[in-house]
Write a protein that binds this ligand. Structure first.
Ligand code: PA5
Length: 446
């Protein structure tokens, strides 16, 4: 048994059968670049040079955090979405009746209302706060850090340091200074490991470990997928991540503008949001890229699916299922006549049948579709999927001739927000803000 990628409906309709070939022909160049960047330590998400240290450091920290009932993660973007996907997939208890802890609260927005709810309802003595920021200088995360530090200090005095852990760069940034100044426990975000590629480092795995999730299995699954690439970059042409990258690049070339990520593993729904950020922030550059559209089966069959099926023919689809899903209870035999065909069938058979039906409908309606079928929906498989998608994203970026590891366009909004709050050193933004706010408004009341 293994995971599989099914290609029979990938190149269909407007996407010619040979549309990926020009990109596949670039495999030698791309594999040489892969070898170079691996050797230079620029792709740590792939060869995980940090793994050994993490396997030492994380277990040492665990006995300290286990006694807490609540963990509050402060982080945003890549510093939050991986942890949330892992939490929802493998520790769903918080959303289920009679949950008795532990609880993980991921604060990845600056919503004053929900932050207030957390701070007023949680007991600081029962709570460990984990502040996660690779740069150590993200305003949203630091703002929460300052408030959480005060909240802990008010309740525990100097004891606040025992309730605060930081996950950040090993040497640079404000959070690292805080860790050094106050002797806070900390874990490292390795060099060159950008937020959206960092879920399988301390960033995603510390919260996972707190919840009792098998974090080593996540790493094992990821390593198994990465190994052929890291051991022998020249074998790139045989790796599914490169084949999917060639297909994704072909989609773009033929003016498909959206990439649906249709997840028929309901407990993995939050992986759609993780993937959306990975894909969008990595590939939306220079007027290029396909817009990721996360969707969850079967819920979204009754929502956005009509648009997928009969809207503009500008969508490709990554379609995800897993084998070995729980069948759950069976329907009785005393069903009304018109539903009697369900009698004796397990509830779980609905998901399988509806996934098949939707997959066929999509391909019949002109949506080129790559079908990923996971061996099971356990943590090892999730690690494998994450690695596959991360590698696919990087190779797609290289085929697009853009840098998939940066995100320059998002800086402008951040700088303007800082200027708006009175930060020093933004003269240009100050002037632009003033002009923007002074411009004539064309308002309409409703
Ligand atoms: O993926 C990324 O690089 C970003 O989304 C970052 O994760 C996000 O901006 C938060 O950055 P940091 O971890 O430095 O606080």
């Amino acid at each position: 048994m293994s995971h599989s990628v099914e290609w029979s409906k990938a190149y269909t309709h407007r996407l010619p059968v040979n549309a990926g070939e020009p990109f596949f022909l670039r495999r030698t160049d791309i594999s040489e670049r892969l070898a170079r960047e691996l050797a230079a330590g620029e792709l740590p998400f792939l060869n995980m040079p940090y793994r050994e240290k993490l396997m030492d450091d994380l277990p040492l920290l665990l006995p300290r955090i286990k006694p807490f009932r609540h963990m509050v993660v402060l982080g945003i973007g890549g510093s939050a979405l991986g942890a949330r996907a892992i939490q929802r997939a493998f520790a769903p208890g918080q959303d289920e009746p009679n949950h008795n802890g532990p609880w993980l609260w991921i604060v990845d927005n600056v919503c004053a209302q929900s932050f207030e709810v957390l701070m007023s309802k949680l007991n600081p003595s029962d709570t460990v706060v984990v502040c996660i920021s690779k740069s150590g200088g993200t305003i949203e995360t630091l703002a929460q850090y300052f408030l959480a530090k005060e909240w802990l200090t008010a309740a525990t005095g100097e004891g606040w340091k025992e309730h605060m852990i930081v996950v950040t760069d090993k040497a640079k940034g404000y959070l690292r200074e805080e860790a050094q100044n106050y002797g806070l426990s900390s874990l490292e975000v390795p060099d060159c490991l950008g937020g959206r590629y960092s879920a399988l480092s301390a960033v995603g795995l510390l919260p996972a470990a707190f919840l009792g999730i098998d974090w080593q299995a996540l790493l094992d699954g990821a390593c198994a997928v990465a190994r052929p690439l890291t051991k022998n970059p020249a074998s790139l042409g045989e790796h599914p991540s490169f084949a999917i990258a060639c297909w994704a690049k072909a989609l773009e070339e033929y003016h498909y503008s959206q990439l649906i990520f249709f997840c028929y593993i309901p407990s993995w729904a939050a992986y759609g949001l993780w993937f959306a950020q990975l894909w969008a922030e990595s590939l939306g550059k220079n007027g290029k890229g396909t817009m990721p559209v996360p969707a969850v089966g079967v819920t979204d069959q009754h929502s956005v699916n009509q648009m997928f099926l009969d809207g503009q023919r500008d969508k490709g689809c990554l379609f995800l299922t897993s084998r070995g899903r729980p069948e759950s209870r069976r329907f009785g035999t005393n069903l009304p006549e018109q539903w009697s065909w369900l009698a004796g069938k397990p509830f779980g058979s609905l998901l399988e049948a509806e996934a098949l039906g939707t997959r066929m409908a999509l391909t019949t309606n002109g949506v080129p579709l790559v079908y990923l079928d996971m061996e099971d929906a356990g943590p090892r498989s999730a690690g494998a999927l994450m690695m596959l998608l991360e590698a696919t994203t990087v190779f797609t970026g290289w085929l697009m001739d853009i840098n998939p590891l940066d995100q320059p366009a998002v800086e402008m909004g951040k700088r303007l927000a800082n200027a708006r709050l009175g930060a020093k050193g933004y003269p240009e933004e100050d002037a632009r803000l003033a002009a923007f706010l002074a411009a004539l408004r064309r308002e309409q009341a409703f």
